[in-house]
Design a protein around this ligand. Structure first.
Ligand SMILES: C[S@@+](CC[C@H](N)C(=O)[O-])C[C@H]1O[C@@H](n2cnc3c(N)ncnc32)[C@H](O)[C@@H]1O
Length: 311
């Protein structure tokens, strides 16, 4: 089984690599597909730091990348980016890359609980050594919180009825497996549009379990801090909420003024800190989508730091 086909490989390299002897960070090394492409594109004087919260993914990446001496892989969440780079004395860097979400491998491995097509314990943690599982969320969160998660992160229209069914079910039994959750959603939606709703509910839980949106917001700020002038952030996202966070972050960094529009003169003192390189979001070619259907929702955004690095 191929671990994960790197999405928009050529475009990622074109936006990310500004110097062949530069230092680059792959915050979501996964199966090592993009990391390998970056290491092949840079010279032996260049360096790659790879992070992933998933220990299994990282040990696979260690094998894939074993022939490259100019790299270090670390098992950590990407909102530890700044701390890791300072500890390794690899600051400032030339580029930081994020390929958000989940790898094909994680979806395909039954026991991780990411897929509604496989019966497994409801885990869904990228790092299985810490934090709440999806089952913990379903069995312990108050009604309003469950509603917010399924509505906001899943963008599921029937969130109210699904939450009611979760509460009804958990009053009589512990919700433990992906099949338990499938039956809950089926009881509300029926069979007709079931898979679409299941995809949304599973996605919502995964985002909550791994605190994906909060971590992304923090990591983008850290990525900006560790970049040198001319360095770039490149992000592949697969979900509208992630893409919105990236877009808004770049927009704020590229703004020259953040005063309310009714102010006659600027008083905010804001300076432009980045240039957005992707005026329009970049999407995969039809050929790539044909070859790798999992690439179809990918959105690439990139921006370049235009102010000096400050330690
Ligand atoms: C889409 S995959 C990356 C695939 C990779 N680019 C490749 O070519 O094989 C996303 C990876 O990011 C990891 N991940 C997701 N959120 C993370 C976080 N907050 N911190 C660190 N890793 C994270 C997941 O464990 C997964 O392995």
């Amino acid at each position: 089984m191929q671990f994960h086909m790197p999405v928009m490989r050529r475009e990622v390299l074109a936006y990310l690599i500004t110097r062949k002897d530069g230092i680059y960070v792959d915050c979501t090394v996964g199966g090592g597909g993009h990391a390998q492409a970056i290491l092949e594109a840079i010279s032996p004087e260049g360096f790659l730091i790879g992070l992933d919260a998933d220990a299994e993914a990282l040990s696979h990446a260690e094998q894939v990348l074993s022939r490259f001496p100019n790299k270090i892989l670390r098992h950590t969440f990407y909102d530890n980016l700044e701390a890791v780079l300072y500890e390794l004395e690899k600051v400032p860097v030339d580029g930081v890359f994020f390929d958000l979400g989940i790898s094909s491998f994680q979806v395909d491995v039954e026991r991780r609980g990411f897929s509604f097509q496989k019966d497994a314990p409801l885990d869904m943690r990228f790092d299985q050594s810490v934090g709440k599982t999806a089952a913990d969320v379903l069995n312990t969160y108050p009604e309003e919180e469950l509603g917010r998660i399924i509505r906001e992160y899943g963008e599921e229209r029937h969130w109210r009825a699904i939450v009611r069914e979760i509460l009804r079910k958990r009053a009589v039994m512990k919700i433990e497996t992906t099949s338990d959750l499938v039956e809950i959603v089926r009881a509300v939606i029926g069979d007709h549009f079931l898979n679409k709703s299941l995809a949304r509910v599973f996605q919502a839980l995964r985002i909550e379990v791994n605190r994906e949106l909060e971590r992304l917001q923090r990591a983008l700020e850290q990525a900006f801090n560790v970049l040198q002038k001319g360095g770039r952030i490149v992000v592949l996202s697969y979900h509208s909420l992630e893409d919105r966070i990236v877009k808004d972050f770049f927009k704020l960094k590229a703004a020259r003024c953040v005063c309310p529009p009714e102010f006659p003169v600027c008083t905010c003192g804001k300076v432009q800190e980045m240039t957005v390189l992707t005026r329009k979001v970049v999407t995969p070619s039809p050929e790539e989508i044909r070859a790798n259907p999992r690439a179809r929702s990918a959105r690439l955004r990139a921006a370049e730091k235009i102010i000096p690095f400050e330690a």
